[in-house]
Design a protein around this ligand. Structure first.
Ligand SMILES: C[S@@+](CC[C@H](N)C(=O)[O-])C[C@H]1O[C@@H](n2cnc3c(N)ncnc32)[C@H](O)[C@@H]1O
Length: 267
C-alpha cells in the first residue's frame, strides 16, 4: 500500500492524527519538499516525531524514476508532501502510476495553501479561476532573460470571467523562494511590455507563512504592495477580480487594504 499524506502548512505539528499514526506504522517513509516546504521545521524534527528515517526524494525521483514505489507491492510505504497531498498534478500522476503498477493507494489529507488563502484574506473559495505559478526568470541560449508571460495571461483570462487568480511562487534550489515583491515586479514588467492595463489600479493580496503563528497578510494596489515587507518565506499572491462587498470589507479589515475599495464592489 502506498499512502499519500499531506503534512499541512508550517511545521511538524500540522499533520493530522490519522496521518501521524500512518507514518508511525509505516515500513518506509518517503517525502518530497520541492513542490512545497514546511518552513517551521527540519527533517530531524520530523524524524524525531515519527521515530522513523525519512528518505527525501528529488524531483527526478518523483517524476522520472519513481522505482521506489515498487516497495509498496510488499510493504506499507508512505509518501509525505507539504500542504494537501493532491493539490499538485505531479502527485496525481504518481498515484496513477502506482495504480497502473497494481499498487493500492490511500490518501490522508492535510491543510492546503489553496484554502488557507481564503481563510486568511476573506476571499471566497468559489470565486477562484485557474491558478498559475510565477517561475524565476531564466537566461535563454542566446543570453536573453526570459520572464514568463503565462501568469499574466492567466490573470487576464480569469479577470474576463470575473474570477480571482491564485499565484504560486517558485521554489528553486539555486534562486531561492520567490517573494511577493519579486512576483509583483515580474507582473509589472510583463504589463510594461504588453500594456493591456490589467495591472493598472489593480488590488493584489500577498500572504506569507500561512499556518505559522505569525502569518503576514496584506492587500493593496500593486504599485504600493510591491514595496511591503512580508518577512520570510513561503509567499503567495492573489490577484482578485471585482470584489463582492464582503470580500472588500474582509480585505480592508483583515489585510489592511485601502478603505476606498469598499465603494466599488459587486453585490
Ligand atoms: C505548488 S504549491 C503546493 C501546494 C501544496 N500541495 C498545498 O496543498 O498547500 C506551493 C506554493 O504554494 C505557496 N505556499 C505553500 N505553503 C505556503 C505557506 N505556508 N504560506 C504561504 N505560501 C505557501 C508557495 O508559493 C509555494 O511555492
Amino acid at each position: 500500500m502506498l499512502t499519500f499524506i499531506g503534512l499541512g502548512l508550517f511545521d511538524e505539528k500540522d499533520i493530522s492524527v490519522k496521518g501521524l499514526e500512518a507514518v508511525q506504522n509505516a515500513d518506509m517513509v518517503f517525502a518530497e519538499f520541492y513542490t512545497s516546504v514546511l518552513m517551521g521545521t527540519t527533517i530531524e524534527r520530523l524524524e524525531e516525531l515519527y521515530g522513523k528515517k525519512v528518505r527525501i526524494l528529488s524531483r527526478e525521483d518523483v517524476e522520472q524514476y519513481p522505482g521506489w514505489i515498487d516497495h509498496a507491492k510488499e510493504k506499507n510505504i508512505v509518501f509525505l508532501t507539504g500542504g494537501d497531498t493532491m493539490v499538485s498534478t505531479t502527485h496525481v500522476d504518481l498515484r496513477l502510476r502506482a495504480q497502473d503498477a497494481g499498487i493500492g493507494t490511500e490518501l490522508i489529507h492535510g491543510a492546503s495553501i489553496s484554502s488557507a488563502v481564503c481563510g486568511l484574506s476573506g476571499l471566497q473559495n468559489y470565486r477562484f479561476g485557474k491558478a498559475s505559478t510565477i517561475p524565476h526568470p531564466y537566461t535563454s541560449s542566446r543570453g536573453r532573460t526570459i520572464v514568463s508571460e503565462t501568469p499574466y495571461d492567466t490573470i487576464k483570462m480569469n479577470m474576463e470571467k470575473d474570477m480571482h487568480t491564485l499565484i504560486f511562487l517558485d521554489i528553486d534550489k539555486k534562486k531561492g523562494y520567490m517573494t511577493v515583491n519579486q512576483a509583483l515586479e515580474l507582473l509589472l514588467e510583463v504589463e510594461g511590455r504588453r500594456a493591456e492595463g490589467i495591472m493598472d489600479n489593480t488590488i493584489a493580496v500577498g500572504i506569507a507563512r500561512a499556518g505559522s503563528p505569525e502569518p503576514s497578510v496584506k492587500a493593496g494596489y500593486v504599485n504600493k504592495l510591491k514595496e511591503h515587507d512580508f518577512g520570510g518565506p513561503l509567499h503567495i499572491v492573489v490577484i482578485p477580480a471585482a470584489l463582492h462587498f464582503i470580500e472588500a470589507e474582509a480585505l480592508v479589515k483583515l489585510a489592511g487594504a485601502p478603505p476606498e475599495i469598499m465603494y466599488s464592489t459587486e453585490d
